[in-house]
Design a protein. Structure first.
Length: 190
């Protein structure tokens, strides 16, 4: 079974919306506007590209990343990596052609089937709604969180508010940086 990793820039109050400057959110671009950039605090982002073998996204994140990431040096390792987009409405003719093989999955059940295939870890970037559905379905195996020392109030959150049983996490890696960022890596305990 493949490992599914959720990776996120997250505020201390749980907001993950528009960290890179996506339009439509009042605090858009919060990751670099309010926190000093220290390269060492983002080491995990480079490591993720070397350790994973596929990327999973929801439609909104795909539409935000696909016009930009294929040509960014910071994300070069993702360019040829297989990508999966979970969407009930996206069609093949709406996929970009310069970002490697991309497959559209239509449901959380399709993601569960993908996890059963041979291969290495799959990473989920962005995709707040998808992350909530995956977590609620018990499909996420690990969280890579960069927690920013910010309170953003309103905004899309990483975790759902569904009424569900406790899901225990085990802290397997952590570090605090001089700029206030905290790296927290959790495995989901089954």
């Amino acid at each position: 079974m493949r490992t599914l990793i959720s990776t996120a820039f997250i505020s201390l109050d749980g907001v993950v919306e528009a960290p890179g400057g996506e339009p439509g959110y009042r605090n858009s671009g919060w990751t670099f506007k309010h926190t000093e950039f220290l390269p060492e605090s983002f080491e995990i982002k480079g490591r993720e590209q070397k350790e994973v073998t596929a990327m999973l996204m929801g439609r909104v994140s795909y539409e935000a990343f696909s016009p930009v990431w294929p040509d960014m040096e910071d994300f070069a390792d993702y360019k040829e990596m297989p990508k999966y987009v979970v969407s009930t409405t996206l069609t093949d003719d709406q996929l970009v052609t310069n970002w490697g093989e991309t497959t559209i999955l239509r449901s959380i059940d399709d993601v569960a089937a993908l996890k059963e295939t041979e291969g290495g870890p799959i990473i989920v970037h962005g995709s707040a709604s998808l992350n909530q559905a995956l977590s609620d379905a018990g499909l996420i195996d690990r969280y890579h969180l960069l927690v920013f020392p910010l309170l953003l109030g309103a905004g899309k959150r990483l975790f759902s508010t569904s009424d569900k049983d406790v899901q225990k996490l085990q802290l397997v890696e952590h570090e605090a940086y001089a700029n206030g960022l905290q790296k927290q890596v959790f495995d989901v305990v089954r």
